[in-house]
Design a binder for this molecule. Structure first.
Ligand SMILES: [Zn+2]
Length: 170
């Protein structure tokens, strides 16, 4: 892997990240650039990866980058509303790539953040973008998918999950 991602066990993944004081400043731009280049690089190596958070590139600032249909940098993101409706899914994480974890997330959330120009933004996110943002914002508070494991037998080796999925197909 050309660019390093912090891996499970690195204390930075358990840090409480600090708000960015100047969202349009050089420091935020530098972290945002590192998040983008790292995600694109590891996504090529691992074959998955829709988002990444500052602690995964060694920074304790509150910045995340997600890229589903379009790239989006969020600075100081705060979840303001959470739908009562929940969804369950198998989630994965660049910091613990061999694992799949069954988690529950709010189906929709409202997030308030700053963009890289420092402008305040309010975003209503649903479905995939909602669960992804909950995952990345968790990172800013030292929370990993392992801490969200939901139900019996909720933590799997990806390899075993895929082996069994293939088996069921015949
Ligand atoms: Zn993650």
């Amino acid at each position: 892997m050309g660019v390093g991602v912090s891996r499970l066990g690195d204390p930075i993944l358990r840090a409480q990240c600090r708000p960015v004081s100047d969202p349009a400043g050089n420091q935020a731009v530098a972290v945002a650039d590192k998040l983008k280049s790292t995600l694109y690089s590891v996504r090529g190596d691992l074959g998955f990866g829709r988002g990444i958070a500052a602690p995964q590139v060694g920074s304790d600032l509150q910045i995340v980058f997600v890229c589903i249909d379009e790239p989006l940098i969020l600075i100081n993101p705060q979840i303001e509303e959470r739908s009562p409706e929940m969804v369950e899914l198998w989630d994965d994480c660049l910091s613990l790539p061999p694992l799949l974890v069954r988690v529950r997330r709010h189906r929709a959330i409202t997030v308030r953040y700053r963009d890289l120009a420092g402008r305040p933004v309010v975003l209503r996110a649903e479905d995939e973008l909602s669960e992804l943002l909950q995952h990345e914002i968790d990172h800013l508070h030292g929370t990993l998918i392992l801490d969200r494991a939901h139900g019996d037998n909720a933590i799997w080796l990806r390899e075993e999950w895929e082996r069994r999925a293939r088996g069921h197909d015949g």
